[in-house]
Design a binder for this molecule. Structure first.
Ligand SMILES: [Zn+2]
Length: 253
């Protein structure tokens, strides 16, 4: 029963994340006005605004103008609902569940906005650093000082990499947004996870970059935003940090 509640709660949060994804880059209010169809501007009635279900009932089309509703909406709602369920299965009804779910929700918004606009909004990452640090006072899974060192290591290491990159290649490789994002990841997950996140995201980012170069040809110069890879690395670190560290020490004999 509670599992179903966690899925529904996740889908509802996902619906709100969609609003954040669309409005935060435009610096619009995320509270008012209510949702509108982007094509015909008709206000969306509450009965057409149920996460996931409304999309299916409406057949993916606006009730009024029949233009397609972006697949982003059900996709984000579904991903958020699954994240909520997985975290609930791990942490149960607890502060830890809310702590990590708010973290994953922030990463989802950051990932999609970075993919669309190549920016990571400060209004998420900077308060996120504070929430992570304060949460470490309450949550049994992360000691406060680990969170604090995580912020310094996360923010500091990427800052050094970004500065070196700029100095070597005379162009900006990583934005300040990435630095603040990794500081937020450090605040929520601690310093070990920061190292793991850098390794994982560089690995996944390189593989993706090389794959794109092979597909699109050698002179492919499109700047791939790094935020989605940091976010993906952080989620893997959140779920599998202990297993990966254990495996690493075993591997070393
Ligand atoms: Zn419409």
């Amino acid at each position: 029963m509670l599992m179903v509640v966690s899925i529904i709660f996740g889908a509802m949060v996902g619906s709100f994340l969609n609003v954040c994804i669309i409005r935060l880059p435009r610096e619009e209010s995320i509270i008012t006005p209510g949702s509108h169809c982007p094509h015909c501007d008709q206000p969306i009635k509450f009965y057409d605004n149920a996460p996931l279900i409304s999309y299916l009932l409406l057949g993916g089309k606006c009730r009024y103008c029949k233009r397609a509703i972006s697949v982003q909406y059900p996709l984000i709602e579904g991903i958020t609902a699954i994240s909520s369920l997985l975290l609930f299965l791990r942490y149960g009804p607890s502060w830890s569940y809310l702590f990590y779910f708010s973290f994953v929700a922030a990463l989802i918004v950051i990932t999609v906005i970075d993919l669309y606009h190549q920016i990571i909004p400060d209004v998420i990452s900077i308060p996120g650093i504070g929430v992570g640090l304060l949460g470490a006072l309450i949550i049994p899974h992360i000691p406060f000082f680990n969170s604090l060192i995580g912020i310094l290591l996360g923010g500091g290491s990427l800052f050094v990499i970004a500065t070196l990159y700029q100095w070597l290649f005379k162009r900006e490789g990583m934005g300040g947004g990435d630095v603040k994002l990794l500081a937020m990841i450090g605040a929520f997950l601690g310093w070990e996870a920061v190292i793991l996140t850098i390794l994982l995201s560089s690995l996944i980012g390189s593989i993706t970059g090389i794959t794109l170069m092979v597909i699109k040809g050698k002179d492919f110069k499109y700047a791939i935003p790094f935020g989605p890879f940091l976010s993906l690395g952080a989620v893997i670190a959140l779920f599998y940090k202990n297993e990966i560290i254990f495996w690493y020490w075993q591997f070393r004999g």
